[in-house]
Design a protein around this ligand. Structure first.
Ligand code: PLP
Length: 435
């Protein structure tokens, strides 16, 4: 393939890539086929379920049944990165701690739980168990649980989506089957089994686990498949994050406008989580927000899909990469076609990084801010560190008239997972050094 960035990623090089199909928000927004109304709908549904969530997961009480995370300034990490790597991160560096979301301990608590609840509402309304005006906490009663136990939910996962869908579905009362790819960590499988979830293990990668899960689910009329590669529900669950970010940004006294750009960096696997969040961010801040995804050099499926325009018709193995990475949450060889197409006019660009940096950034964040996040999440730090290092992204800054606005910019590193990682595994990670 004759596209320069594809040649580079095929050699597993680290890259900074700017999306040539990016468009101003005003030109892009009407062609997406989705809108703020879809996000509002998802947000309203999550509100209806808040009493139920609070009842099933008492840890959500302090946020009144909303599963939401903090936005935290990390000045010590910023200083450390600037001193160590010699690149000045100008403006303010912040961490969005989806790594610490209630219930599932990862960004998947947004999309995954939302989709389970959406399906639950559909079934319950159809069966006359509730009306839209009811207090949904009654869905946690024994007779409701018995009703839901006739139904099965299935999902394919590299780990965190399975945790989210598994824990949420088990709480509602469903039978749950999680199809886990070879990348999935043992502790995640153990944790799911402890919730009564059936875990099917595969020797193969994520796409294969999804394919088989979909097939098994389709063969059972009472089974619902959460389709990470195509699901609009998952996507909207993630997008709600952006609406809830508005207040948090204001609270910290951060401005986002023509003079104050906001940069957001999100680790990307199949694309659903970062794509959904991005769509929400663009709906709110339009051209003032610049979103970059970050992927491992061995699994840069979203860059590959977007740069070639082939989306889910191409996978990283087609260009000779292994798809194997320590970033288990990002170990995806084939991107979501649905997400790739929606991202075409919205995404600013991407970075790729080698696995060794995951652990370096993880240790740095722990040492400077005393915050633990899992290696996959740490990919996001590559963004603010390299934004002004690659010629391509420097050009982006110049062409968007941002050069003299960097001092008053904000950079959000989206931490996507970590809270549930057991202590012994944390220790193992902290002592992992790769060449
Ligand atoms: C799933 C996941 C992502 C990426 O989400 P996708 O929807 O697969 O793109 C990033 N980080 C972590 C920790 C994850 O579990």
């Amino acid at each position: 393939m004759d596209i320069p960035v594809v040649k580079q990623i095929a050699k597993a090089e680290e890259v900074g890539w700017v999306n040539p199909k990016w468009m101003p928000w005003n030109e892009a927004k009407d062609s997406l086929g989705i809108s703020m109304e879809d996000i509002d709908d998802a947000e309203a549904r999550l509100l209806r379920f808040a009493p139920f969530i609070m009842k099933c997961f008492p840890e959500t009480k302090e946020r009144n049944g909303l599963i939401e995370s903090a936005l935290t300034p990390i000045p010590k990490m910023q200083e450390f990165l600037n001193q160590t790597y010699g690149d000045t991160i100008q403006g303010r560096l912040l961490l969005k701690q989806d790594s610490h979301l209630a219930v599932a301990g990862s960004v998947k608590a947004r999309g995954g739980i939302y989709e389970v609840l959406k399906h639950t509402e559909d079934l319950a309304l159809e069966a006359g168990l509730i009306t839209l005006e009811d207090n949904y906490s009654k869905l946690a009663a024994d007779e409701s649980r018995e009703f839901f136990s006739q139904y099965t939910i299935q999902v394919g996962s590299t780990g965190n989506l399975g945790l989210s869908i598994g824990i949420a579905s088990a709480a509602v009362g469903y039978e749950v089957i999680v199809h886990m790819s070879a990348d999935a960590k043992q502790w995640k499988k153990d944790m799911l089994r402890s919730h009564g979830v059936k875990v099917v293990e595969y020797e193969s990668d994520y796409s294969e686990a999804v394919k088989n899960g979909r097939k098994e689910s389709d063969a059972n009329p009472n089974s619902y498949f959460v389709d990470d590669e195509n699901s609009k529900n998952l996507f909207m669950g993630y997008a709600v994050a952006a609406k809830r970010l508005i207040g948090q940004i204001e609270e910290l006294g951060i401005q986002v406008d023509e003079e104050h750009p906001l940069f957001v960096y999100i680790p990307c696997g199949v694309g659903g989580a970062p794509g959904g969040v991005t769509f929400g961010l663009k709906e709110i801040w339009g051209d003032h927000v610049h979103v970059f995804f970050v992927e491992p050099t061995q699994a840069p499926c979203m860059i590959l899909g977007m740069a070639t325009g082939l989306h889910n018709q191409v996978c990283v193995q087609d260009i000779g990469l292994t798809g194997l990475t320590h970033a288990d949450g990002l170990a995806v060889g084939r991107p979501s076609g649905f997400v790739g197409k929606v991202m075409e006019p919205l995404l600013s660009g991407e970075f790729t990084l080698k696995d060794q940096w995951l652990y370096e950034y993880m240790r740095a964040l722990w040492d400077t801010e005393n915050i633990f996040i899992e290696p996959s999440s740490c990919a996001a730090f590559e963004g603010p560190l390299k934004l002004t290092r690659y010629a391509e992204t420097r050009k982006y800054i110049k062409e968007h008239g941002l050069e003299d606005k960097m001092e008053q910019s904000a950079h959000i590193v989206w931490a996507t997972g970590g809270k549930l990682v057991p202590e012994n595994i944390r220790e193992e990670y902290k002592n992992t050094y790769l060449d």
